[in-house]
Design a protein around this ligand. Sequence first.
Ligand code: PMP
Length: 458
Amino acid sequence: MAAENNNTLEWQALDAKHHLHPFTDTGALNKKGARVITKAEGVYLWDSEGKKMLDGMAGLWCVNMGYGRQELIDAAYEQMKTLPFYNTFFQTTHVPAAKLAQAIAEVTPGDLNRIFFANSGSEAVDTIIRLTRTYWASQGKPYKNILISRENAYHGSTVGGASLGGMSGMHKQGIPMVGGIEHIRQPYWYGEGGDMTEEEFGLACAKALEERILEVGPDNVAAFIGEPIQGAGGVIMPPANYWSEIQKICKKYDILLAADEVICGFGRTGSWFGSQTLDINPDIMSMAKGLSSGYLPISAVAVGDRIAKALDTMGEDFNHGFTYSGHPAAAAVALANIELMKKENIVEYVANDIGPYFQEKLRETLQDHPLVGHINGVGLIAGFALVKDKATKELFPSDIDVGYICREHCFNNGLIMRAVGSRMVLSPPLVITREEVDELCAKAKQCLDLTLESVNQL
Ligand code: PMP
């Protein structure tokens, strides 16, 4: 396709000179030049060279309703004309925030009916840290303040979120991290289960929570937090018995259960929330990304009656919030997004139609590929390990960045598929059609073949 414009080099130079990128080796990037994304429609993106790519990641797990949705664009425009900003501090509110809180309460499970707004998943996670600790302090137990999370969990990049997450690369660059946070093993059966059956491993991983609780003292533990399915850690589906065991343990020791739904929320797994798909009943839940399909930044924390009541009766301010908590334009877009999801029955479409189709097609096309270890996923989220030896699950040596090689082949061949170490992950827009899923799977197969050729030549 002909180049849409010839400014790519100029933009790359500006970018290299002034733009510091997140999660990027800037030296390496600037030698190469960033790919300049210029437009999008449906499930496709175009770069400044006119190259069209199928976005297998929905932006960054967020553009659930696809690109170019007029309803969301109009909602932002209309709201900005009426009231572009007002805060929700000092006993004021505005219509989009109030209506959005109601709309979220309607789709969240159980008694999660009170909603706190922030702007990013990280801020929502920080809010969980503040809220759970404040909750226990309000109950006369300020010492019950430890949060337990998991290795290889991702809970954001603010100091709080990075501390709570279990990404060693982030901890290494942020020490000292926030105190009062513990990490237990992740329930990654394919990679870490050894000789155990999936069920035995699920039990062992849940037992790790109980052991840690007993080690630090149940009276000191405020909450356990987990993504229903770990996303940025490589789409790790826990064994089927894992979450029920975790919930029993939380109940036994009176520990709050926090679900980080930043990726799993808003239809991704075929329910409004991953907690519903995996039968989890959290006391508190963070959400972002799919809340507005990524059109404007907004996140939220939903709390159940127990925490809400404590805040209502605390008799003092909850000293936490952001200038843009419940930003009117972002809230209006999120509200329009939820309405659009309902109008198009998108959750049912993922649960009963496109989700099962995607999972089946992916396995049919890729499971036998010599590089593909084991495909995980539900609804429109999936991940698989790239292995050197399928039979032994042996990984490539660390000097061969097979995930990066595969990601580059994908970019060059019109597919965005993300690499997390040696795992490849997919999370396409929920509006993807069967034909587009076929295209995605065919491209993924082609790129895996190219990756195999590349590693064989090393
Ligand atoms: N929690 C989870 C589970 C996430 O996946 C992410 C982002 N990928 C975050 C929190 C942080 O969200 P943000 O990047 O919007 O701060």
